[in-house]
Design a protein around this ligand. Structure first.
Ligand code: FAD
Length: 456
């Protein structure tokens, strides 16, 4: 006879495992159903392996730039099997950590594919487990091919791209959003010839135009040939290569990587029979507390609208179980979730771009500085980074923050925090920052927005 639970979570990614731990903290008897590996796609195949390989490319870039700092390096070589081994070790350490947290919090892991059972509960194989307070759907997303292509052979998705058996000589990447730019920036610097295709008119097209421009300029120096607005056609996978055409050219590469789109992993969940409603785009419809149309059933992470990001999934998991536990929660301000791309240069943002703010009729003020405006930019060797703050002149609010350059993915958090604590650009401008740090640049950009830039 299967056990009874207060909370059952289907999926153990950053949405599901955080939801389960929070549920257990709140005293709920909790189980997680996982059909593959604990930690979800984020830890096993996506965010974490990607960053582990990008870190290697960053170290290599530092070695290549060492001469500027007075260090002569006589030779350097990438041993890709060691890169892969370290990537696997990082993944194992982190997923082992999640398993440890499950044990510590007395959370049961049920191995297998979970679905909503008729009449309530969760079905795994022949067993049905009941949940008295909440079922949390957290099954994430799966890659979707772009029209005219299909996965198979040497046409692969982003998860496979981070786990290639050997360092490829040449790759083609379709899509220069966050994932595509990260793949291009890592492999390009590791020595692979990269063709990066983007249908829109710039790389990282959802970022502020000024920021994309700086990112595009730097990516183009990393063994990456960028093609904009040109569709890739006639894709054919062969045993040892993939061939394709674009514009009036035909070309080939070791792999063609599709980095342009994912869809919710809902197929096995039995949503239709259970009466869970979907949005027009096939995502699960939820309210501000992540409740679905079916009582006690919640959905979080890549299954629901909003940016497909790990930290968004985790926060939704916390809100869902707290709501199920009868606590007061408040809906997420999705536009203010930090967005990070870990290519070099790092790109990070939150809120509206300048163009979006103007379109919305906001009385826009822009504060923009280069990293070179503060001492740390020169000391650490990144004068070309840019920090751009979009403010609302009338109310002094932070409407958006956009950073490209070293540590941008860390620096953005200051602006997100200031906004969350209801601070505006004038407050950031007057907070004392340590010297010499790149975060002084954030303060200077806020001063620029407030009309009194000191260093510039
Ligand atoms: C290459 C790549 C890099 C990325 N990098 C970043 C990044 O740097 N930062 C960031 O914030 N986001 C990043 N993302 C996005 C991030 O991975 C997702 O937003 C995040 O994983 C979503 O978390 P989740 O908990 O919703 O689902 P997932 O992490 O997808 O986990 C879902 C889990 O559910 C399991 N599952 C599915 N169906 C069932 C079922 N029926 N029964 C049992 N188990 C099931 C799956 O096996 C999986 O383990 C990246 C994505 C990709 C593809």
């Amino acid at each position: 006879m299967p056990e009874q639970y207060d909370c059952i979570v289907i999926g153990s990614g950053p949405g599901g495992y955080v939801a389960a731990i929070r549920a257990a903290q709140l005293g709920m008897k909790t189980a997680v159903v996982e059909k593959d590996k604990v930690g979800g796609r984020c830890l096993n195949y996506a965010c974490i392996p990607a960053k582990a390989v990008l870190r290697v490319a960053d170290i290599l870039s530092e070695i290549d730039d060492a001469d500027e700092f007075g260090i002569e390096v006589s030779g350097r070589e990438v041993d890709f099997s060691k890169v892969s081994a370290r990537r696997e070790k990082v993944v194992k350490t982190l997923t082992g950590g999640v398993s440890g947290l499950f044990k510590k919090n007395k959370i049961d892991v049920i191995e297998g594919e979970g679905s909503l059972a008729e009449g309530g509960g969760v079905k795994v194989g022949d067993d049905v487990y009941q949940a008295s307070k909440a079922i949390i759907l957290a099954t994430g997303s799966v890659p979707k091919p772009v029209p005219g292509t299909q996965f198979g052979g040497r046409v692969i998705g982003t998860e496979e791209a981070w786990a290639l058996p050997e360092l490829p000589k040449k790759i083609a990447v379709l899509g220069a959003g966050a994932s595509g730019s990260e793949i291009a920036s890592a492999y390009g610097r590791l020595g692979t010839e990269v063709l990066l295709f983007e249908m829109l008119d710039r790389v990282l097209p959802t970022e502020d135009a000024d920021i994309s421009k700086v990112a595009g300029r730097t990516l183009a120096k990393q063994n990456i040939k960028i093609s904009l607005g040109v569709p890739v056609e006639n894709v054919q996978s062969h045993d040892d290569k993939v061939t394709f055409s674009y514009g009036d050219k035909t070309d080939e590469a070791d792999y063609l990587i599709i980095a342009a789109g994912r869809g919710p992993d809902v197929e096995a969940l039995g949503l239709d029979k259970a009466g869970v409603k979907l949005t027009d785009r096939g995502l699960i419809e939820v309210d501000g507390a992540l409740r679905t149309s079916v009582e006690k059933v919640y959905a979080i992470g890549d299954l629901v609208p909003g940016p497909a990001l790990a930290h968004k999934a985790s926060d939704e998991g916390v809100i869902a179980v707290e709501d199920a536990n009868g606590m007061k929660t408040h809906p997420i301000e999705y536009i203010d979730i930090p967005r990070a791309t870990f290519c070099t240069p790092n790109v990070a943002s939150f809120g509206l771009t300048e163009a979006q703010a103007r379109e919305q009729g906001i009385d826009v003020v822009v504060g923009k500085v280069q990293y070179g405006a503060v001492g740390a930019g020169t000391v650490y060797g990144d004068r070309g980074g840019v920090i751009k703050i979009i403010g609302d002149k009338k109310y002094g609010e932070l409407v958006g923050g956009h950073i490209v350059g070293a540590k941008a993915t860390e620096l953005i958090q200051e602006l997100v925090n200031a906004k969350a604590l209801e601070g505006g650009y004038a407050e950031v401008a007057r907070i004392i920052h340590g010297h010499p740090t790149l975060s002084e640049g954030v303060m200077e950009a806020a001063r620029a927005a407030d009309g009194w830039l000191i260093h510039g």
